[in-house]
Design a protein around this ligand. Sequence first.
Ligand code: GNR
Ligand code: NI
Length: 167
Amino acid sequence: MAILPIRVFPDPVLRERAKPVDQITPELLRLIDDMAETMYAAPGVGLAANQVGVLHRVFIIDIASEDEPSDLHVFINPQIVHREGELTWNEGCLSFPGVSETVERSAKVRVQALDRTGTPFELEAEGLLAVAIQHENEHLDGELMIDHLGPVRRRLVQRQLAKHRSR
Ligand code: GNR
Ligand code: NI
């Protein structure tokens, strides 16, 4: 396994749309393992393939806290098929180091995807898991946390990023 470099805004690959996976190959499984190692090392609660420069529709999430056993969810070709309610959450993103911003999301989502064996599953999520699913799913469409912010907050994020870079 390997820790992959995480692409940071404004890397153009973060604005690309990832392509559906049509076959689960050993290379894809290796990518998923490397993404997991990268996410745990960061550490982060989720990671989308775009963030390591690969344009496949794959993301992973683990929202288990440090004192709990790891609980890795792998989503291949995910689709959010139902949304309910609204919430706001203070989000971070590994592609925006040093930044956290409050974002409005759906409170509950139902998502369909394939797991790492290619088996379809459906998951209903709320709270942080629901937020992470929406955040990661947007990465696959080239959408980012800052797209949810108004112009003032967005400017502030640019400044925080610049500050973080020169630290
Ligand atoms: O590590 C992460 N934490 C997080 C916190 C609140 C909402 C979303 C996230 S996702 C983020 C990792 C990341 O950038 N995934 O794309
Ligand atoms: Ni992110």
